[in-house]
Ligand binder design. Structure first.
Ligand code: 3H9
Length: 697
């Protein structure tokens, strides 16, 4: 087996290279190799300076996350950093690609850091439910000051090399080979007899906040708001505060302890599961790596409504021209002006320059002539959610579109195969289900039809990544994965109202669980009339929601729905009229109302979703349970620290969920609640959805 670290010489400079593809993660063997290489370079009297760099496309991307499920092995990264920091020869870290987490922390134990112009540096541990555990919370603030260190550690977002240079995080930005640049820098440092900059001894950038500790709270307050339910942000803030008054050695010990506690906790386990689930989702069954995606240079979007507009923005943002087709001129102009308004709002926030707004708008060409879609490499239909209308559009597209174009429907429920049959080329057709607002939401459900060609699927996945989405490939069924499970929750939410709960009680239980909002506040936001129209088309009813719509209560847009909204407020308050309506409806159905506690509300809302998820897995509509988790995290606001519905089920215990569902099936008489065969089988085997998905892979 090839060594994962190498020590070579360039004259009197030692060059230590980490070579652990794909991302040079600091697994145990790498840590052992590094400790040995640094020790040898230190002991060798003929070595005057040391350069640390990496082979491949990136610098060290952090600790090896797969090791976090196993007992820690010595040496830990903190031990390694302590060894390195004690060395008295100039040490230069030469960074290419990304220096992340432990990868950045090891550079902070060196005296100098230089970075390629395209490099990015960050401490993303917070995204894994962790804090930096090898000195990051103590050394980064000493280099860049507390406000910037707090922003980097609490967001987890990396910064580009040029910003790192401006902040003093790196000493130089280079072009070309990292080892050569590192050696050149080391020689200059030796020639100029540059003082060795040991980060732990720096203090000047902490002075301002040390003199005015109240500033810490002010900066912290801005970050705390976004941290609802999460443990890691509070732990990170506490650790950062130690830079004000705790001696470095003790602060490092405390940081390490806090890191270990988080690492063992449920939240980090859930977030690590999501990290890998997101990457697994990219691996699509039956789609080999050799299948080449088609080149997408031009896109047409049919429909300039909320969805069509949002979808178009994604492509314009990446410099891809879009032809937007709308039936009537006034609707087209309305759609284009909404897009421009969205861009102007971003510009007003400082997120975009006016020149970017103009450039993006210039990439969007509106037309009322669908024939103009003829040059597009990808056509996305985003018209009204009605099968007849969609079929009509696809019939036309079949006559107009280029023979090698990919034809996508943005349906959220409908049968993609039926739509594909309207064309003479069903192999070119698939679903691209965007979530609203389509320019913001990261999830893209890619619906593979029965006849979708592999390269068409590969194209949709590749283009999704290009526009910054998280693609998950799913199969055809009513509502696909996300909306099918959501329906199971919605049915139960209405039942809870009829049995005794009120909208704010149901919503309150879900926000306490960690969702940004509950189903009724969500309905008010989206507009209750949308699903009302859909139910009418399907001949189904939702007693309370339909009664509200019949009274003209469509939600926030009419200032009343499940809640009342005061002028200018998006926060609803309970309304006595709604309560009366609910109580009267219960009476009409002969249901004796009773108090329902939060635990029951959560079980009744979440367990039927999990049951539906199990059926989805059985049917092969989703490839693995992690895919379902990714869908619910990115598309529906399931709390990240619970890892998604299927991971939550695994952690809760499948036997418990099966038993609760069996009771619910009996008391409600609703067969849908009977535990799905897969759930029953896994529960009986003492297994989990994750284990079953891994076994099937
Ligand atoms: C940490 O450092 C804690 C310390 O503070 C304290 C320690 C005591 N480990 O994303 P990609 C795999 S916490 C193991 O598709 P890209 C990944 O699963 C860590 N595996 O590539 C995938 O495998 P596969 C802090 C890892 O080019 C493959 O590498 N660091 C790790 O789109 C390619 O990954 C982070 O959180 C890892 N650390 O993006 C950084 N990283 O091919 C996490 C990746 O089998 N990593 N893999 O599916 C990233 O953000 C991205 O991977 C990166 C490359 C930007 C580096």
């Amino acid at each position: 087996m090839a060594a994962l670290t190498e020590l070579r010489r360039d004259g009197d400079v030692a060059v230590i290279v980490v070579d652990n593809p794909p991302v040079n993660a600091l697994k145990h063997e790498v840590r052992v190799g590094l400790r040995d290489a640094f020790a040898r370079a230190n002991e060798d009297k003929s070595i005057a300076a040391i350069v640390l760099t990496c082979a491949g496309r990136t610098f060290i991307a952090g600790a090896d996350i797969t090791e976090f499920d196993k007992p820690p092995q010595s040496p830990g990264l903190s031990d390694l950093n302590a060894d390195i920091e004690a060395i008295e020869k100039p040490m230069v870290a030469a960074i290419v690609g990304t220096a992340l987490g432990g990868g950045l922390e090891i550079t902070l134990a060196c005296h100098f850091r230089i970075a390629a112009a395209t490099a990015r540096l960050g401490l993303p541990e917070i995204k894994l439910g962790l804090i930096p555990g090898a000195g990051g919370t103590q050394r980064l603030p000493r280099l860049v000051g507390l406000p910037k260190a707090m922003a980097m550690i609490l967001s987890g977002d990396p910064i580009p090399a040029k910003d790192a240079l401006a902040l003093g995080l790196v000493d130089e930005v280079f072009e070309g080979d990292p080892a050569a640049a590192g050696v050149a820098f080391a020689r200059r440092a030796l020639a100029e007899k540059r003082p060795l900059k040991r980060v732990r001894d720096l203090g000047s950038k902490l002075e301002d906040v040390r003199a005015h500790p109240e500033k810490f709270n002010e900066i912290a307050a801005a970050h705390v708001k976004r941290a609802r339910g999460l443990h890691a942000p509070a732990a990170a803030l506490e650790a950062l505060r130690w830079t004000l008054d705790v001696p470095m050695g003790e602060a490092l010990d405390r940081e390490r302890k806090a890191f270990m506690e988080l690492r063992l906790g449920d939240q980090s386990e859930a977030q690590r599961h999501l990290f890998f689930a997101e990457r697994e989702a990219a691996k699509v069954a039956g789609l080999s790596k050799d299948v080449k995606a088609r080149d997408i240079r031009q896109v047409a979007v049919i429909g300039a409504g909320t969805m069509g507009g949002g979808i178009s923005m994604n492509f314009a943002n990446q410099g891809i021209p879009v032809t937007i087709v709308e039936a009537a001129e006034d609707a087209l102009q309305r759609g284009l002006s909404v897009i421009e308004k969205n861009y102007q709002t971003s510009a007003a926030r400082g997120a975009l320059q006016q020149a970017d707004v103009a450039k993006r708008m210039s990439l969007l060409k509106g037309t009322t002539d669908i024939a103009k879609a003829k040059d597009a490499d990808l056509v996305i239909e985003a018209v009204f959610e009605d099968m007849a209308i969609k079929k009509d559009v696809f019939g036309k597209l079949d006559r107009i579109a280029r023979s090698d174009a990919v034809l996508a429907t943005n349906t959220s429920y409908l049968d993609v195969n039926e739509i594909a049959r309207m064309t003479g080329r069903p192999q070119a057709v698939l679903g691209m289900h965007f979530f609203s607002p389509a320019n913001v939401m990261r999830l893209l459900e890619i619906v593979r039809g029965a006849k979708t060609a592999p390269d068409v699927l590969a194209t949709a996945v590749a283009v999704a990544r290009r526009i910054g989405k998280v693609p998950v490939v799913v199969g055809v069924c009513h509502g696909f994965v996300g909306n099918r499970m959501l329906r199971a929750r919605s049915i139960e939410a209405e039942r809870l109202l009829l049995e005794g709960a009120l909208p704010h009680e149901v919503d309150g239980a879900l926000t306490e669980f960690g969702f940004p909002m509950g189903p009724f506040a969500m309905g008010d936001l989206a507009g209750l009339d949308v699903s009302w129209r859909m139910r009418k088309a399907q001949g189904s009813r939702a007693e309370i929601a339909d009664a509200l719509c019949e009274r003209g209560r469509f939600g926030q847009k009419t200032k009343k729905g499940f809640y009342l909204y005061e002028e200018g407020s998006r926060v609803g308050r309970p309304d006595a009229e709604v309560e009366q309506l609910i109580v009267a409806t219960s009476k009409r159905f002969g249901i004796a109302r009773r108090p329902i506690d939060r635990k029951e509300i959560i079980e009744r809302l979440i367990y039927p979703m999990i049951n539906e998820g199990a059926r989805i897995l059985e049917e092969g509509v989703a490839q693995r349970s992690g895919d379902i988790d990714v869908i619910w995290i990115y598309g529906y606001g399931f709390p990240v620290w619970r890892g998604g519905p299927m991971f939550y089920a695994d952690q809760t215990g499948l036997t418990h969920i099966r038993d609760r569902l069996a009771v619910l099936a009996k008391t409600s008489g609703d067969k849908r609640h009977e535990p799905a065969p897969l759930l029953s089988r896994l529960a009986a085997e003492g297994s989990t959805f994750s284990a079953a998905s891994k076994k099937a892979a």
